[in-house]
Ligand binder design. Structure first.
Ligand code: SAM
Length: 250
């Protein structure tokens, strides 16, 4: 099957040409998901998973597979899916011996209840129409299963637009942004900002109820090690965990 290149291919990590090549020092945006968002998701999953080894987990929009691999290390039966062939190539390059990764979007997901948990870390905000995606993710969850979404906190985006950050361009509003463009170097990425209420309403239509709403703040320790070149009063991440009604729920 052939796969179409996506905008994210340009942002996938490139394989090292020489073994001696060293990585550049990490910046705040290299570690923000790992140090700020992922611990909250991991804690939620741990509290809602009786036995990780028996728990089938899908990391939707897995990118280069870093979080998928972390979940595998924590004992989950984890797998990753992402529409970007280059992201999946990077994930396979690093982790293919232990983990399954697939190129694909929501259309490739199974239409029947398959997963105990699904994570979507900083993915939904890059999808223009999330309604069919949420529907399909909900359908792929087993009864009682969890969908954990980490997306941009709208207040964080507002702050960064308000201060005129040059990488946040073309937004339709400062106070209530819904659409704009993020510049990752030369790569222009359309971004769709949604409130917690919008996600909660969509999830409810698919039988998912809110179990957690969290905004992990920038900690002093994080800021000391990874200075951020913009406002940090509001959390970057909005984490929403949803639970699908169980077999025995009324
Ligand atoms: C910011 S990266 C996050 C990657 C990973 N979840 C992480 O936390 O490191 C966004 C990812 O979303 C994926 N993505 C973009 N549009 C998507 C879509 N319509 N369906 C699924 N994934 C998508 C991209 O290919 C990219 O890998």
């Amino acid at each position: 099957m052939s796969h179409t290149e996506t905008i994210w291919d340009a942002l996938a990590p490139k394989p090292k040409i020489a073994a001696s090549e060293t990585d550049p020092p990490k910046q705040w945006y290299d570690v923000d998901n790992i140090l700020l968002a992922e611990p909250v998701i991991i804690e939620y999953l741990a509290a809602h998973t009786a036995s990780p080894a028996d728990s089938r987990l899908l990391d939707f929009g897995c990118g280069d597979g870093q979080f998928t691999s972390r979940l595998h290390e924590l004992g989950y039966k984890a797998e990753g899916i992402d529409p970007s062939p280059s992201m999946i190539a990077a994930a396979q390059d690093k982790y293919s011996e232990t983990l399954p990764f697939t190129i694909g979007g929501f259309e490739s997901l199974p239409n029947e209840a398959t997963y105990d948990s699904i994570t979507a870390v900083m993915v939904m905000q890059f999808i223009p129409d999330v309604k069919p995606v949420m529907q399909r993710l909900a359908a792929a969850l087993k009864p009682g299963g969890s969908l954990v979404v980490a997306a941009f906190n709208p207040e964080f985006i507002s702050d960064w637009i308000r201060t005129g950050n040059p990488d946040y361009v073309g937004f339709d509003s400062v106070d209530n942004p819904t659409e704009g463009t993020l510049l990752f170097g030369p790569v222009e990425v359309p971004v769709y900002v949604r409130t917690a209420a919008q996600y909660i309403e969509l999830a409810a239509e698919d039988g998912l109820s809110l179990a957690l709403e969290a905004y992990p703040p920038f900690s002093d320790a994080f800021l000391e090690q990874y200075p951020v070149d913009g406002p940090v009063e509001h959390a970057e991440h909005m984490i929403l965990a949803f639970q699908k009604a169980g077999l025995h729920d009324d």
